[in-house]
Design a protein around this ligand. Structure first.
Ligand SMILES: N[C@@H](CCC(=O)N[C@@H](CS)C(=O)NCC(=O)O)C(=O)O
Length: 213
């Protein structure tokens, strides 16, 4: 076992478990329970200085040396480079993967993440403003994705790490109250990815500890 995945059962955690399964890489999971503050454990912060999951440690990194990586986009890029899978060789083909990976990391993650935050607020005034702003932006992003997927089977030319990044957040569409029927090309893409055995394994990997009750 060379890769240890530090994660929890969240969109950013699932991106990586899906990618690892699809790439067929052996790995073990260390659950970091962010509801219990485990992201602040000094041993974890030494790998992930932003105190957030996911992170990985690969004891067989470049030159055979151990390497720790945080930020899910950087992890996906690293795994694509390491395996040569879901990450094209040609620069011309890589551009679209990078574009949509960056789109996800900068927008389709932070924006639905804000919806998840504001939905849970007790104060009605705070909640109303936050949801108005971030639901509108989240729906706008789904519209951009829908346009892209109307023309392409996947976000880039072929199935790539960009799709795995997007999938982690699309998986939470019900939580940010988006009906995929409103975005039929996203829905078609989502169903196709969720039908893949590797993706299903990635979502089935336990990323929470069993509770006693
Ligand atoms: N840009 C980071 C975001 C990671 C992130 O927001 N992780 C969340 C869970 S999905 C987390 O660890 N939250 C714990 C906290 O904020 O204390 C990435 O993509 O890796």
């Amino acid at each position: 076992m060379t890769i240890r995945l530090y994660a929890f059962d969240t969109p950013n955690g699932r991106k990586i478990s899906v990618a690892l399964e699809e790439m067929g890489l052996p790995y073990e999971v260390q659950v970091v329970d962010i509801t219990q503050g485990e992201q602040h454990d000094p041993a974890f912060v030494a790998i992930s200085p932003n105190h957030k999951i996911p992170a990985i440690v690969d004891t067989d990194g470049p030159g055979g040396a151990r390497i720790g990586i945080f930020e899910s986009g950087a992890i996906l890029y690293y795994l694509g480079e390491k395996t040569g899978r879901f990450w094209p060789r040609e620069l011309s083909a890589r551009v679209a993967v990078m574009e949509w990976l960056m789109f996800q990391m900068g927008g389709f993650g932070p924006m639905p993440g804000q919806v998840h935050h504001f939905i849970a607020l007790a104060d009605e005034t705070d909640r109303r403003y936050g949801l108005k702003r971030f639901m509108a932006e989240t729906r706008r992003l789904y519209g951009v994705m829908n346009e892209r997927l109307a023309q392409h089977e996947y976000f880039a030319c072929e199935l790539s790490i960009a799709d795995f990044a997007m999938l982690g957040w699309a998986w939470r569409h019900e939580r940010h109250q988006v009906d995929l029927a409103d975005f039929p090309h996203v829905q078609r893409w989502y169903r196709a990815l969720m039908a893949r055995p590797g993706v299903q394994r990635g979502f089935a990997v336990p990323l929470r500890r069993c509770s006693a009750s």
